[in-house]
Design a protein around this ligand. Structure first.
Ligand code: NAD
Ligand code: DAU
Length: 352
């Protein structure tokens, strides 16, 4: 992997992945980061890294739906591996407006695969980053395995399911060397504050309501983002071609318990004199339509075959994450302006 194309490298997981790679002694190649810079992409996430690695890091503001532009990038930079993160990633946005999800997640992935098919002698690996949401919802018991049938509930998860099917089909039909991973909920630095954890941290600090959907009893499995990055890099190096690997944190939590933990940690880190506990800010709002009840992951395959398992505990990872948001108010102020504000206002209108 001399010239690795990373798509969506200015997003939450993509930028953490690029930071992770440049700290990895066994990665000696170049990264070509291709990102459209939607509301969710921040070029600033990698400013320092770009300055320190001018010979090994290239950024291109490109839409993965623009096949000609992508084709030129593959040519100009002799791309020999791809790690594909770029996507529209937020379930609530997909419910309000699915168009961009179908375009980027399905057609964008299709474009990349078509270019890959044309250059199969040049490209050694295509790793597709996907989600556990493709499996739909679990009841009170059970775990998603790699054999669980796909049953997506939202336009977001349906679009990711579609892209997963395309990746598998290109492996089976054209023999392209692909790998695929389906991961649970990530948290950590640089996550856009529309997602549960950063939204609650910022609202709790600002004395604003903490909008919990329904009764807060839905369960998610949480994984610290660096653990996800290490899993992706492990699969890229050692994973069997044509295979899918589930990635999870072995950390099932009810949403209400996550929000309560955030409040408790903030009450200790930043006590507010003369006011009650931040849990008093919790407000139950209208539920998400088609809200999956529970996600839980069986990650025994990646553990058995590739020796990966999560390293961070939820308690330590959540505290580190909250501290990062406290220390990076320039970043949060910047991403909370403009389009972000409009989105949050729409959310509150919709949740009544
Ligand atoms: P994100 O929304 O934070 O970042 C997405 C990035 O993709 C942004 O930088 C954005 O500018 C870019 N992008 C969007 N449309 C594009 C286009 N048409 N062309 C080029 N770039 C485009 O997302 P994330 O949370 O970092 O997720 C990254 C990937 O991981 C996604 O594929 C997502 O489905 C998957 N995933 C996310 C989670 C999670 O908990 N966040 C869990 C499992 C899997
Ligand atoms: O499971 C992996 C998926 O995790 C990824 O594929 C998605 O890209 C990522 O966005 C995430 O999806 P979720 O829908 O689970 O994440 P979100 O942070 O939006 O919500 C987490 C849970 O919290 C979910 O049950 C809905 C609930 N929630 C969310 C928000 C934003 C609330 O109760 N209140 C909120 O304000």
């Amino acid at each position: 992997m001399k010239n690795l194309l990373v798509t969506g490298g200015c997003g939450f997981i993509g930028s953490n992945f690029i930071h992770y790679l440049f700290a990895e002694p066994n990665f000696k190649g170049r990264v070509i980061n291709v990102d459209k810079l939607t509301y969710a992409g921040n070029i600033e996430n990698l400013t320092d890294l770009a300055e320190q690695n001018q010979d090994r890091y290239i950024f291109s503001q490109t839409d993965i739906c623009d096949r000609d532009a992508l084709d030129r990038l593959f040519e100009d930079h002799a791309i020999d591996a791809v790690c594909h993160f770029a996507a529209e990633s937020h379930v609530d946005r997909s419910i309000l407006g699915p168009d961009d999800f179908v375009k980027t997640n399905i057609l964008g992935t299709f474009n990349l695969l078509e270019i890959f098919r044309k250059r199969v002698d040049q490209v050694l690996l295509f790793h597709h980053v996907s989600t556990d949401e493709v499996y739909g919802s679990l009841g009170e018991t059970g775990l998603f395995t790699e054999e669980t049938p796909y049953d997506p509930s939202s336009p977001y998860s349906a679009s990711k399911a579609s892209s997963d099917h395309l990746v598998r089909a290109y492996h089976r039909t054209y023999g392209l060397p692909t790998t695929l991973s389906n991961c649970s909920n990530n948290y950590g630095p640089y996550q856009f504050p529309e997602k549960l954890i950063p939204l609650m941290v910022l609202n709790a600090r600002a004395g604003k309501p903490l909008p919990v959907y329904g009764q807060g009893l839905n369960v998610r499995d949480w994984l610290y983002v660096e653990d996800h990055c290490r899993a992706v890099w492990t699969i890229m190096q050692k994973g069997r071609k044509g295979q899918t690997y589930n990635i999870g944190g072995q950390c099932e939590m009810k949403n209400i318990d996550v929000v309560a933990m955030i409040c408790d940690i903030l009450d200790i880190l930043e006590p507010v004199k003369g006011s009650g506990p931040r849990k008093d800010q919790i407000t139950y709002v209208q539920d998400r339509p088609g809200h999956d009840l529970r996600y839980a992951i069986d990650f025994s395959k990646i553990s058995r075959e590739l020796g990966w398992q999560p390293a961070e505990t939820f308690e330590s990872g959540l505290k580190k994450t909250i501290e990062w948001y406290i220390e990076n108010t320039d970043w949060t102020d910047r991403v909370q302006s403009g389009a972000y504000r409009q989105w949050i206002d729409t959310q509150y209108e919709n949740s009544g």
